[in-house]
Design a protein around this ligand. Structure first.
Ligand SMILES: Nc1nc2c(ncn2[C@@H]2O[C@H](COP(=O)(O)OP(=O)(O)O)[C@@H](O)[C@H]2O)c(=O)[nH]1
Ligand SMILES: [Mg+2]
Length: 235
């Protein structure tokens, strides 16, 4: 299956500010926590080869947000062509869990049709140390995930618990869907899901996104105009 190794899939992180998205990406891709919080605005992705079957690996192109989630001003470009998402909340923060519904709705409107979603309850280390801090029951989250067809994990970017597992589960499911689609559409192989073509336009894609962000965050219909001058100088 060597021919499949070039497959590349964009996946994105979504969720309220401070739930630990950037820490999860760093833990997974570098094995460490971020050195210092990034104040810069702009998009960044990191890539990582992920083994999805004994002889098959795919390239995860992981897009983190850069603070714009604070203003619910994620642009279409962030969602566009995403094959999967980690929908992250903080197990000690009820509102962050409630908001995952909204993030999921936005995602489904703009991502690929069968986008794979993994619901991730992060900061599990906090409730292991002090169960009274838990604001979202595992069972409640699990039931919500099941109802919506999401995979579900509780993670800790600090201890590393379940971090690899949630990314690998995401990539495995994406690969599985892509393989099924290829078989269906092209009798086993073909360009239909060879999404590695992303490479060619990545540069344009990022430039456009950064322009959108720098030119004042492009606010959605429901966003407050007053937020438009944001970013870079807050906390
Ligand atoms: N205890 C604990 N704190 C975490 C964890 N992940 C992130 N944090 C903390 O939560 C804050 C926000 O993390 P960050 O990754 O910047 O969140 P983002 O805004 O979603 O990208 C930081 O102070 C982190 O140290 C975790 O798994 N456990
Ligand atoms: Mg972040």
């Amino acid at each position: 299956m060597a021919g499949e190794e070039g497959q590349s899939f964009k996946v994105i992180l979504l969720g309220d500010a401070t739930v630990g998205k950037t820490h999860l990406v760093s833990r997974y891709t570098r094995g460490t926590l971020p050195q210092q919080p990034k104040a810069t605005i702009g998009v960044e992705f990191v890539t990582k080869q992920v083994a999805v079957a004994p002889d098959v690996s795919v390239r995860a192109q992981i897009w983190d947000t850069a603070g714009q989630e604070r203003y619910k001003s994620i642009t279409q470009t962030h969602y566009r062509r995403a094959f999967g998402a980690l929908l992250v909340y903080d197990v000690t923060n009820k509102a962050s869990f409630v908001n995952t519904s909204k993030w999921a709705d936005d995602l489904k409107q703009s991502a690929e049709p069968d986008v794979v979603i993994v619901l991730v309850g992060n900061k599990a280390d906090l409730v292991e140390n002090d169960p009274s801090l838990r604001a979202v029951d595992t069972q409640t989250a699990q039931a919500f995930a099941q109802k919506n067809g999401f995979l579900f994990f509780e993670t800790s970017a600090v201890t590393g618990r379940q971090v690899n597992d949630c990314f690998i589960a995401l990539m495995k499911q994406i690969h599985q869907n892509a393989t099924a689609a290829t078989t269906q559409d092209h009798g086993g192989s073909g360009p239909g899901v060879n999404w590695g073509g992303a490479n060619r336009s990545d540069r344009d894609f990022i430039d456009k996104y950064n322009r959108e962000l720098k030119g004042g965050l492009k606010l959605g219909a429901n966003d407050q105009k007053k937020n438009s001058g944001c970013c870079g100088d807050d906390d």
